[in-house]
Design a binder for this molecule. Structure first.
Ligand SMILES: *Cc1c(COP(=O)(O)O)cnc(C)c1O
Length: 413
């Protein structure tokens, strides 16, 4: 079956739903069994109820390991990934922190990209030292061989990286990890399994902020972890120990989002490409950081790994602008809204606070203020008009600032 068709069908079993096209939203803390033996068997993966896909035996004895609605979604995600099994988490961030807690112990060392999602960086800086885990932040475009230590148990990958959108040197990282028995986890939220499949490159765990493109409608927070064999078993044991749960209704919505994923991703890419090309020619913009543009520093590497690009990228302005100046640009836009996150239907814009930026950004020579742009499903010409007006407001500010300056002088005088 082609991927487009699979996305529409994945994880759904209408015969289980008495013919209803959509899965029911089960509200249940408890699973009931006709006999005590049935209950005991369920914990060992021998359930009388057929809700989980084959593979590693999964516990289906209590609601804390998921209602059928949760499993319909996890089955769908594993089908789309093309291998392994999926675990659903309450947020993308939790999926990241949970993976780290699973593959580290006191005395472990972890490598995390220096351009990684900033809340992951914050977790690594604030929480891991309390647990006796050491971290090195690495540049994913450089040789990492010398950064690995005898106690390195995990390498976190995120490609492209947040904000600066470098493409990680995945094959090199995986080679180094495999030679030393180090687990690799790849945050693949930007590409989704449609554009990049981490497990096919030897990465052990594919991880998603389902919140973003997979669910796709900005109406829920969710994460997913997909792995195979022994690695999945380790994750699954931790998962049960930590009591990770997720609500059925959110899983229903995320599952529904998958059906349009292909259509949305294609549109996001086309729109983002038009917008990015237009921005690239604008005098106020020093650099457009979109891997699908030939001007992107790792464009060739991107082409070798990815089947396409999503609709989220950054721009570096021609100089550093103040908070007031950036507000003047992005406040009151007609289509773009100001907000964190990305991957939904609505276009979003967000100036990036330097303090939440990574080392490689600080070392980069782009110079100007960074703004993240997420192109939604609106018309690309409308988006360009909106950005054009916003950038004009940035240009007339130099003049306004002068006026404000005189005003202040007068007041203080
Ligand atoms: C948003 C994001 C996350 C976190 O997802 P939430 O569901 O919002 O917690 C993780 N990784 C990346 C790359 C993200 O952009």
């Amino acid at each position: 079956m082609k991927e487009e068709s699979l996305l529409v069908k994945a994880g759904r079993k209408f015969k289980d739903y008495k013919g209803s096209m959509n899965p029911p939203v089960y509200h249940s803390s408890t699973i009931l069994f006709p006999t005590y033996k049935d209950y005991l068997n369920a914990a060992n993966g021998k359930s009388i109820y057929d809700v989980l896909n084959d593979g590693v035996a999964r516990d289906y004895s209590y609601g804390s390991v998921g209602t059928p609605t949760v499993h319909y979604l996890s089955n769908a995600l594993a089908e789309i990934e093309g291998r392994g099994q999926a675990l659903i988490c309450p947020s993308g961030l939790f999926a990241l922190t949970f993976a780290i807690l699973t593959f580290t112990k006191v005395g472990s060392h972890v490598l995390i990209q220096d351009n990684s999602y900033y809340r992951l960086k914050r977790f690594a800086e604030n929480e891991l030292p309390k647990r006796g885990v050491k971290v090195t932040f690495y540049d994913p475009t450089q040789d990492i061989t010398d950064l690995v230590q005898s106690n390195t148990s995990l390498i976190m990958i995120e490609t492209p990286g947040s904000i600066t959108f470098e493409i990680s040197n995945v094959e090199h990282i995986v080679k180094v990890a495999k030679e030393r028995g180090i687990v690799t986890v790849c945050d693949n939220s930007w590409a989704t399994p449609l554009l990049f499949k981490p497990l096919d490159y030897g990465i052990d765990v594919a991880l998603y902020a389902v919140t973003k493109y997979l669910a796709g409608h900005s109406d829920l927070l969710m994460g997913a972890i997909i792995a195979e064999g022994e690695i999945f078993k380790l994750l699954y044991e931790s998962y049960k120990n930590y009591g990770v749960t997720i609500q059925s209704h959110d899983c229903y919505l995320a599952h529904r989002g998958l059906r349009t994923l292909h259509t949305r991703m294609k549109r996001h890419q086309n729109t983002a490409m038009e917008v990015a090309k237009w921005l690239e020619k604008h005098s106020k913009i020093k650099k457009v950081l979109y891997p699908a543009l030939p001007s992107h520093p790792q464009h060739e590497l991107w082409k070798s790994y990815f089947k396409g690009a999503s609709g989220t990228f950054s721009i570096a302005l021609d100089r550093e602008y103040s908070c007031e100046e950036l507000s003047c640009m992005v406040d009151h836009m007609k289509i773009f809204s100001i907000g964190a996150s990305w991957g939904g239907c609505d276009s979003l814009i967000l100036p990036i606070d330097r303090r939440s930026m990574s080392r490689s950004v600080m070392n980069s020579d782009y110079g100007g203020s960074f703004i993240r742009i997420c192109c939604g499903l609106e018309d690309s010409e409308d988006l360009i008009f909106d950005l054009n007006d916003a950038l004009k407001r940035l240009s007339c500010l130099d003049f306004q600032n002068d006026e404000v300056g005189h005003e202040t002088e007068r007041i203080t005088a």
